[in-house]
Design a protein around this ligand. Structure first.
Ligand code: ADP
Ligand code: MG
Length: 452
């Protein structure tokens, strides 16, 4: 059997096993380069794909290959950078839905579960940025209520929390349509509860929620400050939990940073599995764009996708938005777009990062480290504020673009060498201190998303 035949047959089998999104992401631009001494070598386009396929697909691939050539003992992967430029068409069976139907899907939210069928694992790309959350989801789907309860997912806007939560719900219903699933935002939950109180229907409300097998509450950070609502959530939570019913929550921050949250609720939220979704890395952004291009049938070249992936870093919603802009333009002008035209379209629409003030940075830092703003600003040598002050200096430079003399002056009336020293120290520490990276992420979340 030739290399091509063997690989095509293998790919056909793999395609039945994995989602279309993952199939395109990981198997596009792959070929068999050699069959020799009972070993098959598969060429892949880059190190990222190599690592991923090796860790996730090596065994299944070997198994499939051995169905065709039983002598084969091992599979190896080697990087062939040219592959991605060759534009090898990958024959994917089209599972795709036409545009109008997609719009209808938006409207076909299930009344009982509130789930939108658009969110599935078929169109969900997994990369290292969301791998943990994804893996936990799969475990939960296979053992509803029995592992990771509650499951708490957090991450910034547009990174795929809602998509993941709803995909879990949809998958569960697909496997067993009788499972009682309810997806709800925390705001809607609060409103329903308040209405029930007003109509003296709280018993009915309670009964309804307590009969659920899988309760998904999205954006729990918006939970009402009202003691009574939190009390109700707490009781609902306990009843479900005690009956081994699954609870899944999402938030833009970890439980310990949700304000106005009762302590006992917080500790309940922290009692299961917490997974974060971070910003997708370049390769994942590119992979997402590849699948969306296919889904939406947009005709643009790889170098344009690469440009978009390189220029939009913050979140997936914006990546999609950029692609939609281009799709609209393509439909209007009915000819292909050049890279220069795409750059032009995007430059008019990409939002610059939210502007942040020095005051907001100082406020967020002092809040996070539980100290007072005045200690950061005043000339004191208290030991416990050395670190917060260095971090504030770092952020004033990095996110506010302050000059070193300004920063030194602003924080404790130091001279610019102190500011430089602090900036460099934090920048150095950040390279291999995971804890510090997380702290900075949380502080930034606070000042980028909490501005009123
Ligand atoms: P969040 O709830 O975190 O704000 P969403 O779940 O609404 O983010 O995701 C924003 C958009 O990006 C949605 O259209 C969603 O379908 C898409 N998206 C998010 N994560 C992924 C992913 N891993 N793969 C493909 N598309 C994704
Ligand atoms: Mg959301």
């Amino acid at each position: 059997m030739t290399n091509e035949e063997l690989w095509q047959k293998t790919l056909d089998e793999i395609q039945c096993e994995v989602s279309t999104a993952n199939f395109i992401t990981w198997f596009q631009h792959t070929i068999i380069t050699e069959q020799k001494d009972q070993n098959v070598t598969v060429g892949v386009p880059n190190a990222f794909v190599k690592e991923w396929i090796e860790s996730k697909y090596q065994k299944p691939i070997l198994k499939i290959v051995r169905n065709f050539i039983p002598d084969i003992r091992s599979i190896e992967f080697s990087i062939l950078p040219k592959l991605s430029q060759k534009q090898q068409p990958l024959s994917v069976v089209k599972k795709q839905v036409p545009q109008e139907q997609q719009e209808i899907q938006e409207l076909s939210i299930d009344r009982e579960t509130n789930l939108n069928p658009r969110y599935s694992f078929d169109n969900f790309i997994v990369g290292s940025f969301n791998e943990l959350a994804y893996a936990a989801s799969q475990a939960i789907i296979n053992n509803l209520g029995a592992v990771y309860n509650p499951f708490f997912v957090y991450g910034g806007v547009g990174l795929g929390k809602t998509h993941l939560l709803q995909a879990i719900g949809n998958e569960i219903r697909k496997n067993n349509p009788h499972t009682k699933v309810k997806y709800i935002s925390s705001e809607k939950f609060t409103n329903e509860f308040i209405t029930a109180v007003q109509n003296k229907e709280t018993n009915y409300f309670k009964e309804r929620y307590r009969a659920i097998d899988l309760l998904i509450i999205d954006d729990i950070q918006f939970i009402s400050k009202k003691v009574q609502t939190q009390e109700e959530i707490f009781h609902t939570f306990n009843t479900l939990y005690e009956n081994n019913k699954q609870i899944i929550l999402s938030s833009d921050r970890p439980p310990k940073l949700i304000e106005n949250l009762e302590e006992r609720l917080r500790s309940r939220f922290e009692g299961g599995m917490i997974a974060d979704i971070s910003e997708p890395e370049y390769e994942a952004r590119l992979a997402i764009l590849h699948t969306k291009r296919k889904e939406k049938d947009i005709i643009i070249t790889d170098d344009i996708l690469e440009y978009i992936a390189a220029s939009i870093k913050s979140n997936i919603r914006e990546l999609e938005g950029a692609l939609n802009l281009i799709a609209v333009r393509l439909r209007l002008q009915k000819s292909s777009l050049s890279l220069a035209e795409v750059k032009d379209i995007l430059s008019k629409h990409i939002q610059p990062r939210k502007v942040v003030t020095a005051k907001q940075i100082i406020n967020a830092v002092s809040k996070f480290y539980n100290t007072q703003e005045k200690f950061l600003i005043e000339k004191t040598r208290r030991k416990d504020i050395v670190k917060p002050r260095q971090i504030a200096m770092y952020l004033l430079r990095e996110d506010f673009n302050g000059s070193y003399p300004y920063i030194g002056q602003k924080l404790g009336g130091r001279d610019h060498t102190t500011a430089i020293h602090s900036y460099e120290k934090i920048a150095r520490d950040l390279k291999n201190n995971k804890q510090l990276q997380e702290e900075l992420k949380q502080i930034r979340l606070n000042f980028y998303y909490n501005q009123d």
